[in-house]
Write a protein that binds this ligand. Structure first.
Ligand code: CTP
Ligand code: MG
Length: 257
């Protein structure tokens, strides 16, 4: 018996150590917080659409052999031609599907397009275009090692307060608690999953969630963190575009061109 046929460590359902990896990239949001303009994923960063940067970042991992892009509902044709227009690794297959009303719905539509032989599924926001490949690979490795759900996470710089949200914007809000900062983490994407677990989570959890791993938590299964990365930040508000372009400029300098 070769080492590769060893079963994964004991525990909840786990993907085989060499399971093929698919990445689902939800890109169907409008980007309301970024202000008026094209859908966020199609906005340019240093001349290239954010979505293309995100696809490159995931396809940079030699483990990722399928990328499913979840396009704005009216945008799959445009997204397909964008993918055709940019050089992408030949070892990777690409599929484009139309998205839904919520991020959760968009992820479910993308997941439905992943064939069953992909034992590991990553879900990655198009709005995190600059995630380093080492972060992607760390998530994949942890899922292949037997974790049903893995999230990249960073400690917080700010202290966080829980408040009683005001009904009018800008009105003072009573603080109800201050969680201990050292125990808090900000989580990023790609989040990685044993495929069967993520499918079951989407079938079971119907309430709104803001990340995929929380659905797995609701199934009562363990979710673990791996170190996240500053450059995996989410482009949300206009200042984030400035930061993203600065990161790209620094990479160019460091690459020695
Ligand atoms: N997303 C999606 N389908 C939706 C909503 C969001 O695929 N119906 C995607 C976005 O395209 C983005 C990711 O989910 O890549 C994270 O969402 P977020 O950063 O909130 O992006 P938007 O929803 O586009 O931004 P906003 O909330 O400011 O409108
Ligand atoms: Mg949103």
């Amino acid at each position: 018996m070769s080492d590769e046929s060893r079963p994964s460590p004991a525990g909840p359902p786990s993907a085989p150590a060499q399971a093929p990896v698919a990445a689902v990239i939800p890109a169907a949001g409008r980007g309301v917080r970024l202000g008026p303009g094209a859908p966020k994923a199609l906005r340019a960063l240093n001349g290239t659409p954010m979505l293309i940067h995100a696809v490159h970042s995931l396809a940079a991992s030699r483990h990722v052999s399928l990328v499913v892009v979840v396009a704005p509902a009216d945008g799959p044709t445009e997204v397909k031609s964008l993918l055709d227009a940019h050089a992408l690794p030949e070892r990777t297959d690409f599929v484009v599907v139309p998205g839904g009303e919520s991020r959760q719905e968009s992820v479910a539509l993308g997941l439905a397009a992943v064939p069953p032989e992909y034992g590991v599924v990553l879900v990655h926001d198009a709005a995190r275009p600059l995630v380093p490949v080492d972060t992607v690979d760390a998530v994949i490795e942890a899922v292949r090692d037997g974790a049903p759900a893995v999230v990249p996470a960073l400690p917080l710089a700010d202290t966080v307060k829980e408040v009683e949200p005001a009904t009018e914007p800008g009105a003072p809000e009573p603080v109800v608690a201050t969680p201990e900062r050292a125990r808090l983490r900000a989580v990023q994407t790609p989040q990685g999953f044993d495929r069967a677990t993520l499918v079951r989570a989407h079938e079971t959890v119907t309430e709104d969630v803001t990340d995929d791993a929380s659905m797995v938590e609701q199934l009562g299964l363990p979710v673990v963190t791996v170190p996240g990365h500053e450059e995996a930040f989410k482009v949300t508000r206009p200042l984030d575009l400035v930061l993203a372009e600065a990161v790209l400029a620094r990479r160019r300098l460091n690459d020695g061109y």
